[in-house]
Ligand binder design. Structure first.
Ligand SMILES: [Zn+2]
Length: 179
């Protein structure tokens, strides 16, 4: 089921998501909804708080840029190592449509997480996958990429985001969700 993507400055995006205690059917259903919502958007990553679920779950599919990388769902992800210096990537966010800015993050990052079968996995992420994994893990801690930008820039982006949200809420927008 495609879920509504929460848009900045929705306060749910600033809350800290809670660890998943058991990887059960509801969690797998959440993962399925998140993939569906991400593909429909379209995007290459989505974190559960972006659809209003405060659980430590994220999905990634960077195949548009990295055909060799498989889509992955991460439950309770944790960065266990970074290497390779910093890389700059022009990031966007499904919760901040119409904006993109360069952000510097560690180039290679190893993430430990539970898969949808509850098995502990460890994945060394490079390129866009490394950027996207860090971006989504930030979402689980209530952090957005705009937090890495200078304050004045962030404030003007926030003003534009609020204006866009108001326009979207108008009656002429109809009833569709996740535009
Ligand atoms: Zn995002």
């Amino acid at each position: 089921m495609i879920r509504e993507i929460r848009l900045w400055p929705d306060p749910v995006l600033r809350r800290r998501a809670l660890p998943v205690e058991a990887v059960d059917a509801p969690v797998r259903a959440l993962v399925n909804d998140m993939f569906e919502t991400m593909y429909a958007a379209p995007g290459v990553g989505l974190a559960a708080p972006q659809i209003g679920a405060l659980q430590r779950v994220l999905v990634l599919d960077t195949r548009p840029r990295q055909p060799e990388v498989q889509p992955v769902a991460m439950i309770n992800p944790r960065i266990v190592a970074t290497e390779g210096g910093l890389s700059v990537y022009r990031e966007g966010c499904l919760s901040i449509p119409g904006e993109a800015e360069e952000v510097e993050r560690p180039a290679i990052t190893t993430v430990e997480f539970l898969d949808v079968d509850g098995q502990l996995q460890r994945l060394r992420c490079q390129g866009l996958l490394a950027t996207a994994a860090q971006h989504e893990i930030d979402h689980l801690d209530g952090r957005l990429y705009v937090d890495y930008l200078p304050m004045l820039q962030r404030l003007s982006m926030r003003r534009r985001a609020k204006r866009r949200k108001q326009e979207r809420a108008g009656p002429e927008q109809g009833t569709s969700i996740a535009l």
